[in-house]
Design a protein. Structure first.
Length: 164
């Protein structure tokens, strides 16, 4: 069977002609192509709905995690439990790692700012590692100590490059 190109106008005329057009192979192919072209594609709104559903699912997971962490910490900052109230969740190993109690801690805004702004990284990474050991998550503590070792190595290399 050879392929024949026809215009959309002709294809619509063939389609409206009814069953007689199905005897001609070129017409049959044109009708099938037209039906494929007229088939509704996935709309942008369905993509948007899927994304929103995914966001809602993530939000529910995050809410459950936050509740679990608040229960574990008693509503207090886990790094500085004095008078500081835990208002934020810190992902010790980053957000690429699946969120769980094993790699997240409930902390106050001040501690979270210090950690994320990377002020005194040696202190904060050691404090987090000690906390995770105390909580019973040695794998997370080991990962944080490895992160600290990498940071110390980079700092040392940068200092050697700057020295004359």
């Amino acid at each position: 069977m050879r392929s024949v190109r026809i215009s959309m106008k002709t294809a619509r005329a063939i389609l409206s002609a009814g069953s007689i057009a199905w005897r001609d192979p070129a017409a049959r192919q044109a009708i099938q192509e037209l039906e494929r072209a007229m088939k509704p594609k996935r709309s942008v709104s369905s993509n948007r709905k899927r994304r929103e559903t995914k966001r809602v699912t993530k939000a529910l997971d995050y809410t459950e995690l936050a509740r679990a962490l608040a229960g574990r910490s008693g509503g207090r900052c886990e790094l500085n439990p004095g008078e500081h109230v835990a208002t934020e969740v810190h992902h010790a190993l980053g957000r690429k790692v699946p969120q769980s109690e094993a790699n997240c801690i409930a902390i106050c805004r001040e501690c979270h700012e210090c950690i994320t702004l990377n002020t005194a990284p040696h202190y904060w990474l050691n404090a987090q590692a000690r906390l995770f050991v105390r909580l019973g998550y040695p794998e997370t503590a080991r990962a944080l100590r490895l992160k600290l070792a990498k940071h110390q190595y980079k700092t040392k290399q940068a200092a050697l490059r700057v020295s004359p």
